[in-house]
Design a binder for this molecule. Structure first.
Ligand code: DX5
Ligand code: ZN
Length: 221
């Protein structure tokens, strides 16, 4: 399987949202990545159900929803339904009963992801990895687009990739934050197979062309 490119809608032009959604529909991107922020788990607010629903109405590719919110269980069913979610990712740091939350996501027919903040070690995943479809490693402190990639994430990608391979888990390894044309190949070489990109796509002169470039992986680089 080739790698997945998931443009983050957080960096889209919200005054021209339908235009930007159509751009992604037409592009070689694989998924729509939707960042939901509650002002508690992260120091920022993003968008809620009406916007998620509007995006789902126009999106022609799978929708990957990243919940940066406290008490995600309360809202999971609505995000699954109104957002027509293919993947719902919750944060390890926000879930006291992560196994139950993952089961709730699965009960709605949605694939489940677990995300780790930059300071959270890979080791905490050991007893949830057999139950999840995706792990999202944050490579910036979540809350804002356009931040710089934290280099230490490369080590975490390699650690996680080793565990996934050793156990043959069918888990997608997604990385989110500060990813662009200058570093995406390095992340793929380290073992990532899904990349979330906001600023580097939407602020580029030709977003469709940038996505096209990011779909090319040359392991010799
Ligand atoms: C950060 C979000 C990311 C963000 C990525 O809190 O989870 O998805 O939008 O944006 P860039 O690619 O600009 O770092
Ligand atoms: Zn995200």
């Amino acid at each position: 399987m080739t790698h997945i490119i998931a443009p983050s809608i957080l960096s889209a032009d919200f005054g021209n949202l339908q235009r930007d959604i159509e751009m992604i529909n037409q592009s070689e991107a694989d998924w729509f990545h939707l960042d939901i922020m509650d002002g508690h788990f992260v120091p920022n607010l993003s968008f809620g159900f009406p916007v998620v629903k509007a995006i789902a109405n126009h999106a022609k590719k799978p929708i990957d929803i990243h919940l940066m919110i406290e008490k995600p269980d309360i809202y999971i069913e609505r995000f699954a339904k109104e957002g027509n979610a293919a993947y719902l990712t919750v944060h390890y740091e926000a879930c006291n009963h992560l196994h139950r939350t993952v089961a709730l996501i699965h009960s709605l027919g949605v694939k489940a992801g677990v995300s780790l903040n930059p300071h959270t070690p890979i080791a905490v995943l050991v007893d949830i990895l057999p139950f999840v479809d995706m792990v999202l490693l944050m490579s910036v402190n979540p809350g804002f687009g356009g931040q710089s990639f934290i280099e230490h994430t490369l080590l975490k990608i390699k650690q996680l990739k080793e565990i996934i391979d050793k156990n043959k888990y069918p888990v997608i390894l997604q990385v989110d934050g500060g990813i662009g044309l200058d570093n995406y190949q390095q992340l793929l070489s380290a073992g990532a197979n899904a990349l979330v990109c906001g600023n580097s796509i939407f602020s580029s002169p030709n977003p469709m062309e940038t996505i096209k470039k990011m779909k090319v992986f040359n392991p010799n680089i």
